[in-house]
Structure formats: structure tokens, C-alpha cells
Design a protein around this ligand. Sequence first.
Ligand SMILES: Cc1cc2nc3c(=O)[nH]c(=O)nc-3n(C[C@H](O)[C@H](O)[C@H](O)COP(=O)(O)OP(=O)(O)OC[C@H]3O[C@@H](n4cnc5c(N)ncnc54)[C@H](O)[C@@H]3O)c2cc1C
Length: 405
Amino acid sequence: MKQIKKNIIVVGAGPVGLLCALQLAKNGIPVTVIEAEPELTIDLRAGTFHPPTLEMLDSIGVTEAMMEIGIQVPRWQSRDLEEGLIVEWDMSVLANDTKYPFRLHLEQHRLTPILFKMLQRYPHAEVLFSHPLLELNQSDDEVSLIIGNKAENLLFTGKWVIGADGGKSVVRKACDIEFDGYTWPERYSVMSTTFDLYPLGYADNAYMSDPIQWVAFFRMPDIGPPGLWRMTVPVDSSISDEEVLTPHYANQVFKRALNGQLQQDIPIVHQSVYRVHQRVAKQFRKHRVLLAGDSAHVNNPLGGFGLNSGIHDAMNLTEKLTRIINEDANTELLDLYERQRKSVNLKYVQEFSINNKKQLEEKDPSIRQDRFAYLRKMNSNNVLRREYLLNSSMINSIQTANLIS
Ligand SMILES: Cc1cc2nc3c(=O)[nH]c(=O)nc-3n(C[C@H](O)[C@H](O)[C@H](O)COP(=O)(O)OP(=O)(O)OC[C@H]3O[C@@H](n4cnc5c(N)ncnc54)[C@H](O)[C@@H]3O)c2cc1C
């Protein structure tokens, strides 16, 4: 088998893998990304970027490019199917906490080409498509990877490997790292339409509680103004994937969600259905192998924490790896990466996303009313609103991670 020596190998050219590679390349470190697919993937996935993520990406010039095509969302809503609008959150109260007091909506598959293009500027960075990782082993000094290739399998060796190969991570499995947690029984469906929800009073982002079928609404930029309206909903296990993926199903869901405000069928542009998990890897580091993004943790999309926390991993990890490579810093820094990122994932991302889901689907009318009262109280003055938004915008999670030593 052909053996090729590499330096740092990143497995997966998703947003987290590309960002890791970009950070390392920017710091002068040779890096190879291997990606199983023949090109960057395009599908309906994450699309909300929180203020700390925008600040981090600003430091490498990515935010500017995202802002050119994304939608700034300074206000978002908490709604209920029966009661209508509960609260409209105004993020301008965070103006002293962040340079970006808003959410930015941008499809994940519009971020990856930005990262890829920036990475191509560095001659010491390469992205190898159609190079799936098959096996991984490590010794004290290096990691060896067997990679599938059309002609023959390849053997790459590297000093460090970052597994950014998503929820089903081959890297994580090859390292025998447990993925603790569970899978929700219901699937989620994502669907989008050109039908405009502004005239019905919707903000660019809204979460609507309903004991039968809650809805998360987002206006996404798509190929340009006016963009598309996207809905994510839970799907009962009695309904087949085939049925969910019909325009008839999507129209039924839109009509129910809009509670009598929509009679006619509307154009459905995209539909998908997927399984949702709450899992965190037992270890984010196994000697010379590090996990980041979905390979290390997965969660339901309520709150938009998944990809954001993956980006926070990438920035934290590559800063430490750079110090180890360029300044000969102690490799124990990578254990600090695990302590910081794993604990905030458990404390914020898992806990908040599970809580958000519970609240949206709550069946008990009095608990529902208590929640509405709580939300109204939190929105009733700037101090309480700021407290609420520091958590939902992930600012507190970053501050907590930085305090862990
Ligand atoms: C179907 C789906 C829908 C989602 N929807 C939402 C949403 O609505 N909102 C939200 O906030 N989050 C959502 N998420 C989560 C969000 O998309 C992820 O948090 C984000 O993609 C994480 O980025 P990543 O780079 O870690 O992993 P990924 O984006 O999964 O990228 C991993 C990359 O690794 C590659 N790869 C996999 N195996 C190998 C291998 N063996 N060798 C080489 N390459 C490999 C893959 O092809 C892929 O390009 C969704 C996730 C999924 C799976």
C-alpha cells in the first residue's frame, strides 16, 4: 500500500473540519483534509449563527463574507399555536456584550464554500475529496490512516488527527470512544417555502410551542432576497418517511402551524427528514486524535447550538494545537480542550436544547401558562432580558469555558 507522510490530518470537510484546517493553515501549519464525498455537501442543515460564533469567525475574516449573503436577525419570537405571539426578543440589549447583537441566518452549505475558498489560498493546505477514512491506528509518535481511493487504498501518517467527520464519526469509532446519550423516538422534518410569513406578523426566527407539533420558523437567505421560509417540526413515528416528504404533508403542517391564516396550498421548495440525538463523546481526545463538532457531540436543533458549538470547538482546539506545534507548548493543553469544550457542551448545549424541546412540547396547560408568564417577565425589562439572551445567544457558554483551567 502506498504510504504518504502528512503533518496534521483533518477528517471531514464539513464546516468544522474546514475551519480547523483554515485556522491551522493561517498559522503556517501544513494541513491535509480528507473528505469521503466527491465535493462539498449541500443539504438542509444548520443555519443560525450566534454572536460569539460571529466574533470568532470575524478574527479570520469569515464573518464579513457571511454577512454579505446572510440575514441579520436582531429580533426573534417565542410563540404558541393557541396564544399567538408570547414575546419578541430584541437582541439590541446585548450591544455592550458583543459586536454582533443579532443572529445571522445562513445555510451551512453557503458557509462551507467560503471556508473552502479561503483555505485554497494557502499552498500548505490541501483538501482531498473522495478520500474516505477506513481505518485509524496510533502509536506514541504518529497516527496512521487507511484511506479508500479509487485505484488503491492509501496509508497516510500524521502527527495529529482531528476527527471532524460528523455524528457517525469513523474516527471516534476507531478510537473506541463511547458516544453517551440517546436518540429521540421522533424524527424531525425540515421544509421550506417561498410563501412569505412577514404579513402574518412573523419575525425572521420564531419558536412556536404546541403539544401536538411545535414549529421552529426561520427565514433563510437561499440564493438571495427575499429568501425562503423554513420550518422544522417533529414527526410522529406512525408516519413514513415517504409520506413526510410529500408536498401534501408539508402543506398540512404549514396550514396547522399558521392556525387558520393559510387556506390555499403553497409552493414547497425543499423537504428532508432526519433522526435526532443527544449524545456527547466520553473523550474529546485520545492521545494524538482529537474530536470536534458533531463527531464529539450531537443535539436537537432547538436553539441552534449544534454547529455553533462545533465552531467553538474548532477555534479552541486549533488555538491550542498551534501553540503546541509552533511554540512547543505542553500537549496537556489538549486535555484542557476536552475539559473546556466537553463540560460546556453538557452544561449548555445538551441541557438547553433538551429544555427548549420540553418547553415547546409541554402538554400540561398550567405549566405552559407558567412558562408564558416566565418569558414575559424575562422580557419585561432590560436587565432580565439581557440575562435570558446571554444564555440563548451562547455568550455565557463561551465565558464559562474560558474560566475552566
Ligand atoms: C440531517 C441533519 C440535519 C440537521 N439540521 C440542523 C438544523 O436544522 N439546525 C441545526 O442547528 N443543526 C442541524 N444539524 C446539525 C448540524 O448540521 C451539525 O452540527 C453540523 O453539520 C456539524 O458540522 P461538522 O463539520 O461537525 O459535521 P458535518 O457537517 O456532518 O461534516 C462531516 C463531514 O465529514 C465527512 N465524512 C464523514 N465520514 C467520513 C469519513 N469516513 N472519511 C472522510 N470524510 C468523512 C462528511 O461527508 C462531511 O462532509 C443537522 C444535522 C444533520 C445530520
